[in-house]
Design a binder for this molecule. Sequence first.
Ligand code: SF4
Length: 480
Amino acid sequence: MSPALAKAREYCGLFGIFDCDDAVEKVFCGLYSLQHRGEESAGIASSDGKSIIHHKNLGLVNDVFSPESLRRIKNPHAIGHVRYSTFGSSDNIDNVQPLVVLYSKGEVAIAHNGQLLGASKQRNDYEQHGSIFHTTSDTEVIVHLMAKPSHVEKPNLSHVLNHLKGAFALIFLTKDEMVGVRDRNGFRPLSIGRLNNSYVLSSETCAFDQIGAEFVRDVEPGEVVYINKDGLKSEIYCSPRRIRPAYCIFELIYFARPDSNVFGENVHLFRKQLGRRLAKEFPVDADVVIAVPEGGNSAAMGFSEASGIPLDRGFIRNHYVGRTFILPEQESREKKVELKLNAIAEVVRGKRVIVVDDSIVRGTTSKSRLKLLRKAGAKEVHMRISCPPHRFPCYYGIDFQIKDELIAAKHTLDEIKDFLHADSLGYLSTEGMLSCTASSASPRNHYCNACFTGDYPASIENVGKKTLIKEPINRKAVTI
Ligand code: SF4
């Protein structure tokens, strides 16, 4: 397993723009801003109003597209996608999105962020009736649903969307229309922006800033927006009583970029608030607060502000150690962590250090980081985590490892503290985490927190693979 896999991973980032002179270049810039949401592959599909062309490959955005090739494509409508894969093989180029297909109503390109529940069963049903699938991605099920005769006859997508279960933010592109969709829980973000007369769709608002677009509003849970030459038309595609907002709170804690506004919250300010609350819940006498970069930066600021303990940089990250950096197998995990991060001995030597991070999934990477601080001479190391322990798998588009690999699913906080060789360990409580949504446009009961609580907001029947667990949650801080 690579070091990156020791953390949770997001599935995808989506971006699209309709009716713009340099649409393909804009989508390239948008995807560049969303690179953190998926580093395994990238793709852009564009239309000139008559037909769709697409280019996609495995790799980072910058590896897949060259500026020259982008400049040559003058199509005014384009959508793009960056991807991690957990449903469907990561090294299969056929799985790279946008998927572009020809069906009875014409060509369509589809970009998907999330995870469809029951997709395997739907796929089996189709295959038993003779349908042929070209990818191993759950997204292809949508294509087959669209091609189903009874659905093709319907005037819009609503009929198809009502047959989808699970988490999905989608952007479709036909030859003359761009369509944005969020599932009825709104697990994954999707925002609408405006650049002059062009409409833009993006997983995160940081990509609007990149191209000079203005944020208009979020696509609402259960909403589909049709964008074409007549402007934007909105429809609620399911019965209003089936709409139950359950925004992924882990987008705010960990995934989204701090300069994005997600679910009505600025991500950086939200994380600072988590840090302030964490300082109140688990105070400790110490000399300095440091962050595990980049994820812990904002929460460490909040922790320092609320505790009055000075903030400093204890780690420096080597930005040149990218995803393709591969060490010989025999090299230790510590060596890999050391190459990515280095402790500043002059900051931590002889000090009682509070180290703030955004999450612990497996625990092995955190352990190596704390070891770096000890080696650099820290006298005490107090670990503070700006969310509750992860004890349950996510079925809505985040690749948490199965139960056996979530350290908090199998171990008490005392055991985790000992494993990390920390002097104390404190996770933010669920109540503390939810209290930080108080300033939000979205009330606290509009957030999903199932990976912390096991309270799944959408049915997870027949999801298979991952094992559910129910264990009491021990929230007290552990100090020796
Ligand atoms: S289970 Fe956790 S990671 Fe998955 S959608 Fe809910 S809050 Fe997000």
